[in-house]
Write a protein that binds this ligand. Structure first.
Ligand code: PMP
Length: 301
């Protein structure tokens, strides 16, 4: 796999040569949207892109909200992504970043021209196990949809994530958990959160200041398939510290169990729901699950 290269505007370019001018709205104002998509090998070694059309649909939505023009069709983004994976010779588990940015030297409100970059990085999955991490409720509030919609996956939104995770790390934790202005849980700095208590799984609604996570949707579907009760609702701060399990989910985080929130230790390690999700999520991404047919796209090579 060519991790040393990226596909920039359709051409294979060495990373050192894949540059963006300091005069672009992308550099000057953070006018860039992106997706992080996983490629997983099945048991026969064949590679599959996981739910890439859902990611690319969200990428189009991000462009539409931020008035990037022209918004490429889903078919165009699909062929950009799959073509780039071939150019980058992706041949094992990978994390793939698709970025679209406002190029040129125009003002803050310019809609284009647009540039694209696709890059792939080797990554080792923790599945079917769970990573473990320590959480921290940051004093920074999650960006408000009325000001900077968290449902848009723009690079600029991650400055809010950055403030939170800097604070978490300074406190000896790994992951920032964000509340909204009313003190309700939103999401973590780069993942969504599931709260397990008394056998029920709860997670904030899609309008609670979260990114509409593909992994969240996947795990909720898998839990409902297993007959586990799932509630999408407001979550109070105390539910973070009296939970039986707290589970983070995301394309990068996969299934990650929190072992503590601030100074409150949780039962520790991956509990039964995290264990179940780690196993089912691995089945689904490695194309062994009935749901895989809809969610896994085999790559040509
Ligand atoms: N929230 C934030 C802020 C994220 O950065 C991510 C990672 N993309 C997620 C949630 C999880 O989204 P997904 O499952 O689509 O990767």
């Amino acid at each position: 796999m060519l991790s040393s290269h990226v596909v920039m505007n359709g051409a294979l370019v060495a990373k050192a040569q894949a540059t963006v001018s300091v005069d672009t709205p992308a550099f000057r104002y953070g006018a860039m949207v992106f997706e992080g998509i996983r490629v997983y090998a099945d048991d026969a070694g064949r590679l599959h892109c996981f739910r890439h059309l859902d990611h690319l649909t969200r990428l189009r939505d991000s462009m539409r909200v931020l008035r990037f023009l022209p918004v490429p069709s889903l078919a165009e983004l699909d062929s950009l992504l799959l073509g780039s994976l071939e150019q980058l010779e992706v041949d094992h588990d990978a994390h793939v970043r698709v970025m679209v940015y406002v190029d040129g030297s125009g003002p803050m409100w310019d809609s284009g021209p647009l540039g694209t970059v696709v890059m792939a990085t080797s990554i080792t999955s923790s599945l079917p196990g769970c990573r473990e991490a320590r959480g921290w409720i940051t004093s920074w509030r999650r960006i408000d949809g009325a000001a900077m919609p968290p449902r848009v996956k723009s690079a600029a939104n991650y400055q809010n994530s950055r403030l939170g995770v800097l604070e978490a790390r300074a406190a000896g934790a790994d992951v920032a958990l964000f509340l909204d202005r009313d003190g309700r849980l939103t999401e973590a700095h780069g993942s969504c959160v599931l709260v397990v208590r008394h056998g029920t799984v709860a997670t904030p609604t899609r309008t609670s200041g979260i990114l509409e996570s593909v992994t969240r949707d996947t795990l909720l579907t898998l839990l409902r398939d297993e007959g586990v009760e799932v509630e999408e609702r407001d979550i109070d701060r105390i539910e973070l510290t009296n939970a039986d399990e707290l589970i983070l989910c995301g394309s990068m985080a996969e299934v990650t169990a929190l072992t503590a929130v601030g100074d409150v230790e949780l039962p520790g390690g991956a509990g039964p729901v995290a264990g179940l999700l780690g196993a089912r999520y691995e089945d689904v991404v490695r194309a062994r699950h009935p749901r895989s047919t809809d969610w896994c796209t085999p790559l040509a090579r």
